[in-house]
Design a protein around this ligand. Structure first.
Ligand code: PLP
Length: 412
């Protein structure tokens, strides 16, 4: 009898965990848990106001949809494209990057991915060896540390606070460096805090990375959603020497209300872009051909629609800030970019809400959903207990209704 067929080895095989250690270690998403509860309540007829959405509430513009319909009718679109994307789309991404950020890149540096999320996963899988450390400013969007860990890397969080405008400092960066530090993750405007870095800060962090030979992975997903006359300078433009160790992440998802189409990209030095495309050739191959046609129409069609959404979000942003700031015990800094507010709810914990006294923001989110039919995303989902994320990418009336309910529930 071969050893693997013996009863002893069968026992040890069954005793082994069914789920791999790597995947078993992924934290369940607190965002999705609240979302599932909110949907279940809505299905029972409860009028839930959800501040949970991480996407614009607008529909994709007609001219983009029309381009997809046209592509769907052409047999050429029914086949694979090159793994790294349609040549015309890679060119359009390069042209758009020069237009919007002033960053000159070639189409060979662009890999079209299934949304920004796959660009992030591809980037860390391509750059990291086991044990390589990546500095991640916290509060963070939960996918970042998970994508780093899945690539064998170690996320090293840097805590930022309301008082510091949720921005990391050079002193903090210096303090977490080790010989294993490979990269810094940079996100401005930030999900979940809405915080942004000024040009001088972008330059200082970029120079710091160049001097220490570190990579920067910079997520520019929310580049157009900036308010109050601010702009979001692109790090490799402010510090051109960084370009050889910089990966830019972006997508059409937020800027054109196209989250469901799943088109994003990474821009990297040519060797890294080629390696990332090689990786993608063994995972998902090309992005849906029809979605790429839609993205091409989006990127070559101007920014009027994006500007319209930005103006609408700006009005809602100010309304949300005003209403949240009016609730005793809630502390909210004015969000500068993206479409999220990230107030502290520390001051309202243990308050009586329908006979319950939530001890944490995780519990508070549950109680608010059950007692006021309002969904917020607890800060625990972003490594920031005591806070919560509220998206203002929802209709004006729903926004006021939801915040009124929230204030009433909190006795404000
Ligand atoms: N990066 C940031 C900062 C995000 O907030 C998101 C989505 O919420 C993504 C990337 C991923 O976007 P998608 O995969 O939908 O393009």
């Amino acid at each position: 009898m071969p050893p693997e067929a013996s009863p002893v080895s069968q026992t040890s095989a069954t005793a082994r965990s069914r789920i791999s250690t790597l995947v078993g270690a992924i934290a369940p998403s607190a965002t999705l848990t609240i979302d599932a509860k909110a949907r279940a309540l809505a299905a029972q007829g409860v009028k839930v106001v959800s501040f949970g959405a991480g996407e614009p509430d607008f529909a994709t513009p007609d001219y983009i949809v029309a381009a997809a319909v046209e592509a769907a009718g052409k047999p050429a679109s029914h086949h694979y494209t090159a793994v790294a994307g349609l040549p015309g789309l890679r060119e359009a991404v390069a042209a758009k990057t020069a237009r919007d950020s002033g960053y000159p890149v070639t189409p060979a540096q662009v890999v079209i991915t299934n949304g920004g999320k796959q660009a992030i996963a591809n980037t860390f899988l391509t750059l990291l060896d086991p044990g390589d450390e990546v500095v991640v400013p916290a509060p963070y969007w939960v996918t970042f540390p998970e994508a780093i860990a899945l690539a064998g890397g170690v996320p090293v969080p840097i805590s930022t606070t309301v008082a510091g405008g949720f921005r990391m400092t050079l002193e903090q960066l210096e303090g977490v460096l080790t010989p294993r530090t490979k990269a810094i993750l940079f996100v401005s405007p930030s999900n979940p805090t809405g915080a942004m870095y000024g040009r001088d800060e972008v330059e200082a962090i970029g120079r710091f990375a160049v001097e220490r030979g570190l990579w920067v992975v910079t997520d520019e997903m929310y580049e157009h959603f900036v308010y109050g006359g601010r702009s979001a300078p692109s790090m490799p433009v402010v510090v051109p020497e960084l370009a050889e160790r910089c990966v830019v992440i972006n997508a059409v998802s937020k800027a054109y209300a196209m989250t469901g189409w799943r088109v994003g990209w990474l821009i990297a030095p040519p060797d890294v872009a080629a390696a990332a495309a090689n990786l993608q050739s063994h995972t998902t191959s090309n992005v849906s051909n029809v979605s790429q046609a839609a993205a091409l129409a989006a990127l070559t069609g101007g920014l009027e629609f994006t500007e319209m959404m930005r103006a609408a979000f700006d009005v809602r942003r100010r309304k949300m800030h005003e209403l949240l700031s009016g609730i005793p015990g809630v502390a909210c800094v004015e969000p500068e970019g993206a479409f999220y507010a990230f107030p502290s709810f520390e001051g309202v914990l243990r308050r009586d809400i329908g006979g319950r006294r939530p001890e944490s923001t995780l519990e508070l989110a549950e109680v608010l959903l059950e007692e006021a039919a309002v969904a917020i995303v607890p800060g625990e989902a972003f490594g920031a207990p005591g806070y919560a994320r509220l998206s203002y990418a929802l209709g004006d009336d729903a926004l006021v209704e939801g915040l009124t309910r929230l204030a009433e529930a909190l006795g404000g």
